[in-house]
Structure formats: structure tokens, C-alpha cells
Design a protein around this ligand. Structure first.
Ligand SMILES: Nc1nc2c(ncn2[C@@H]2O[C@H](COP(=O)(O)OP(=O)(O)OP(=O)(O)O)[C@@H](O)[C@H]2O)c(=O)[nH]1
Ligand SMILES: [Mg+2]
Length: 460
């Protein structure tokens, strides 16, 4: 350590977002750029900022290591995107920055499987509170009412068995998945505790092969008021299983993000447009639930002054933590034509700005970004379609195909504002294979990941 660098500033940055929204790819690109830093290609605040002595460290005791090497290897040597995340993980590194003269940076980055954030509404609620929340959603929203009809019919019966209830709930969850609704809770129905994700199938088969709980012996589902009588079944059993699920799965995955100093919330505008209005509504609801739980913003007990003092005088592991910086990021900008990229930012702002604006003491900003630029765009002539060039990941039927030569393909025009209603499939942004330089110390082309990093890796 340089003798002038008397202390360490610890930055804990959590990345959250729906499944497939680009969290792991973003973290992989970010780590690559910090490790093999080139200020011209990745300016941290300015092009004059140099980093040195980058060291990867082991994760904290109760965390799985973020598989940076594996993810980068998949990209470089196999031309594949990183595998889907199946468990929460952490990447820890330490480095010096030329613009932080008296402190080095201990950076902790957090990743999770996107499915788990649908369980955020369980935190701070007992089984009764969660049941009420879910049922009010199912009853009051037309999209939900349709998908969950089997369950709503089952709970309306004068006499219904535990098995019937669970079966009807599982069919309803399967209907929600097939209607592109990401609010699937308990999330183990979509991604089980062994990291196995549900595969596309009929509702009946999904109900047979998946569990609404941690495993076959701990299933539960919401119960209506007449069935929530303490001392009766299935209320007592479901309450106990629910509490066990929250303690074992939800608390360790989601509550860890509460102690982050900065949070990156990925809003995959391309996925929301492609998925339809139901997916948009659910993503907004999930972020709302997450904000209730993670409460980003300055805590009244410690104002900005106390926070500043604690950073200067306390050893880093003693400093109180809370989220003071929030970055909303729209990823996969390279799947949108350049003429629409400002609209991408605007759509994200329209969707979530109120949620952040209502919080005191929170510094927030918006970024549209490409973690790994994997397309080129053809210029737009008059009213011609928007054409990109890249290596397609799927054929016309949506089936995955091996990498081939680059091809031209069209992508949708982005609207000026979210439509009042839109079906799944009206907008399309086809997936492509990643374009990743094979040279190990040459990080991928990115757009705005540098600006995002400058914002969330906070100095004094
Ligand atoms: N073109 C392009 N596609 C991207 C980019 N980032 C992510 N993707 C696409 O999005 C997919 C999902 O990215 P991940 O980073 O694995 O998503 P995730 O949020 O970690 O998903 P879970 O692990 O399921 O929670 C990738 O397989 C790519 O197809 C990007 O910068 N450009
Ligand atoms: Mg992931």
C-alpha cells in the first residue's frame, strides 16, 4: 500500500433485475475493464484516471464466488454468453485509483438469479400478509385473474383439500409463466433450489414437475381469509413452511443487497417491449416491492454528515452501510437501432423515475448501456426498416442455432412513450451471439458501462 493511502473505501454494488436482463454480462464486462484498465476505452470519471494494483480477493465467508473466469472463458473461447445464474454470488477486488489520493478501493459486486426478486414481497410480511397481497393481485388485475382462474375457483369451493389447492396454484403459476408474467412466487417454481430452471411445457406437466416451495415436502400457496384460522389445517402447516422458505431462500438472497452502498437496477426495455404490457406491469411491481424492502436513501438516524464522518474515522468493516446511489440501467442497447437509443432512456425514466424521486437522500441517475457491443447498425434511409448486423442466436422459429456468419436483421422502432396496451411479440429485438475479443487482456467494446461505474463506485 502507498504510505499516503491510509485507508480503504469499501464500495458494495448490487445488481438486480429480472431473469435474463443482463446482470451477469454487465458484471463480467465491468470486472474485465477494471482488471485490464485502459483509460481511453473505459474512462473512470475522466480519461486521466488510472487504476493500478488490481487484485481479485476471495468472497466473504458465506458467499459463493462470482465465476468471472468461467463467464469470460465462455465468451472468449466458446463465443457463448455466460450461463444463467443459479445462486447468489459475490466478486471482491481491491485496486488503487489515481484520482483517490488517500484511499484505495475495496469493491464488492453482487449478482443473483433474477427469478428470486419476485419473492421480495415476502420480506417483512407474515404468511397472512403475503396471502393477502397475492390474492388482491390475482383478483384485481384482469391478466392475473385469467391466469389464476383455476386457483381462484379452488379457493371459492366450500371444501377443498391441501392437495387440490397446491395443484390449482401450480397450474396458475404455470399459466403466468406462459403469459410472460415474471411475478412468480415462490420463485422456486421457476428456478428450484438446485439451480434447475423450469423448461417450456404444458401447465399440467409444469405442475407435476415443479414445487411451490423449497421442495416436495415444503409446498405452500396463499390462503383466503376463511381458510386462515390459526390452529387449523392447512393454515398452520403453510405458515410454518412459508416462514422456513423466507428464512432459507429469500432473506439470504435479497436482504444482502440492503447493505450495498450502490444499487444498479437493470430495466431491460427490449424484453419489456417484446414481452407485452403484463411483463412491464410486473417488473414495475417487483421494483416497487424491492424498494420497500431495500429502502434506498439516506437513513434519518445517520444523516450525510454522520455518514461522511464514519467513512473517515471508522475501519471499513465497521462503517454503517445503506444504499445512497441508485443507477437505473437499460441494457442491450446494441439490440436497438442508434436512432432509438435516446428513446430507450426516456422509456426507462417514464417507468421508474417516480419510484426513485420519492426517496429522500438518494442520488440516482439513468444509463442506457451495452455491456458487450455485439451488433453494428446500418444507416437509416427515410422510412426504411431498422437494420442491424450480427450473428443470430435463434432461427425464425425461435430455436437456438450454432454461431454462423453475420447477418442483417430488422429490429422494432421504439415508441416515444409506453403504449397503453401491447401484446407479447408486437416488438422484436432478436438475440445475437456475443462479439468478444479473443485476446485475454482486451476487454469487450462497451457503451456507458464506464459512466455507470464512475457513478456507482463512489469516492468520498
Ligand atoms: N446484444 C447484447 N445482448 C446482451 C447483452 N447483455 C446481455 N445480453 C443478452 O441477455 C442474455 C442474458 O444476460 P445475463 O447477463 O445472463 O442475464 P442475467 O440478468 O444475469 O440473467 P439471470 O442469471 O437469469 O438472472 C444474454 O445471454 C444475452 O443474450 C449485451 O450487452 N448485448
Ligand atoms: Mg445471471
Amino acid at each position: 500500500m502507498n504510505f499516503l493511502r491510509l485507508k480503504t473505501t469499501e464500495c458494495r454494488v448490487g445488481v438486480i433485475g429480472l431473469y435474463n436482463s443482463g446482470k451477469t454480462v454487465l458484471l463480467t464486462s465491468l470486472i474485465n475493464h477494471l482488471q485490464d484498465h485502459d483509460p481511453d476505452r473505459f474512462p473512470l470519471v475522466t480519461k486521466q484516471t488510472h487504476t493500478r494494483k488490481f487484485t481479485a480477493l476471495p468472497p466473504d465467508a458465506d458467499w459463493t464466488a462470482f465465476n468471472y473466469t468461467g463467464h469470460r472463458d465462455a465468451l472468449v473461447n466458446h463465443g457463448r454468453w455466460p450461463a444463467k445464474t443459479t445462486d447468489r454470488s459475490q466478486f471482491v477486488c481491491q485496486f488503487e485509483r489515481s484520482d483517490w489520493r488517500f484511499s484505495d478501493c475495496l469493491l464488492k459486486l453482487y449478482d443473483l438469479p433474477g427469478e428470486r426478486i419476485a419473492d421480495a414481497g415476502m420480506l417483512g410480511r407474515d404468511f397472512t400478509g403475503w396471502s393477502e397481497k397475492m390474492l388482491s393481485l390475482f383478483i384485481n388485475d384482469t391478466g392475473y385473474r385469467t391466469c389464476t382462474a383455476p386457483f381462484l375457483e379452488a379457493i371459492a369451493k366450500p371444501k377443498v383439500s391441501e392437495h387440490e389447492l397446491l395443484q390449482a396454484y401450480k397450474i396458475s403459476l404455470a399459466n403466468l409463466i406462459l403469459s410472460y408474467k415474471p411475478l412468480i412466487s415462490p420463485s422456486t417454481f421457476l428456478l428450484d433450489t438446485h439451480g434447475q430452471a423450469a423448461r417450456p411445457d404444458t401447465p399440467e406437466n409444469l405442475a407435476k414437475s415443479r414445487f411451490t416451495g423449497a421442495d416436495a415436502d415444503s409446498e405452500f400457496c396463499p390462503l383466503p381469509a376463511p381458510l386462515r384460522v390459526p390452529g387449523s389445517e392447512p393454515f398452520d402447516t403453510f405458515s410454518m413452511r412459508y416462514n422456513g422458505y423466507v428464512e432459507r431462500i429469500v432473506v439470504p438472497t435479497i436482504l444482502a443487497f440492503k447493505s450495498c452502498t450502490s444499487l444498479v437496477v437493470l430495466i431491460d426495455v427490449t424484453m419489456l417491449l417484446a414481452g407485452g404490457v403484463g411483463m412491464y406491469d410486473d417488473n414495475r411491481q417487483i421494483i416497487h416491492d424491492l424498494f420497500d424492502v431495500l429502502s434506498p436513501g439516506e437513513h434519518t438516524l445517520f444523516g450525510p454528515l454522520a455518514r461522511g464522518l464514519s467513512k473517515v474515522f471508522l475501519p471499513h468493516q465497521w462503517r454503517p452501510g445503506w444504499i445512497t446511489r441508485l443507477a437505473f440501467a437499460a441494457p442491450k442497447m446494441d439490440l436497438v437501432h442508434p436512432v432509438d437509443r435516446d428513446r430507450m432512456l426516456l422509456l426507462m425514466r417514464r417507468m421508474v423515475e417516480r419510484l426513485a424521486g420519492d426517496r429522500d437522500g438518494l442520488k440516482y441517475d439513468f444509463f442506457n448501456l451495452s455491456s458487450i457491443v455485439s451488433t453494428k447498425a446500418l444507416p437509416l434511409v427515410d422510412k426504411s426498416p431498422r437494420v442491424l448486423v450480427g450473428v443470430p442466436l435463434r432461427d425464425a422459429e425461435g430455436k437456438k442455432i450454432p454461431p454462423g456468419p453475420e447477418q442483417r436483421f430488422t429490429v422494432s422502432e421504439l415508441p416515444d412513450d409506453w403504449p397503453m396496451e401491447w401484446p407479447a411479440g408486437r416488438f422484436t429485438f432478436p438475440d445475437v451471439y456475443p462479439r468478444m475479443p479473443a485476446r485475454k487482456d482486451y476487454p469487450p467494446d462497451q457503451v456507458n458501462v464506464d459512466r455507470l461505474a464512475s457513478f456507482v463506485i463512489e469516492s468520498l
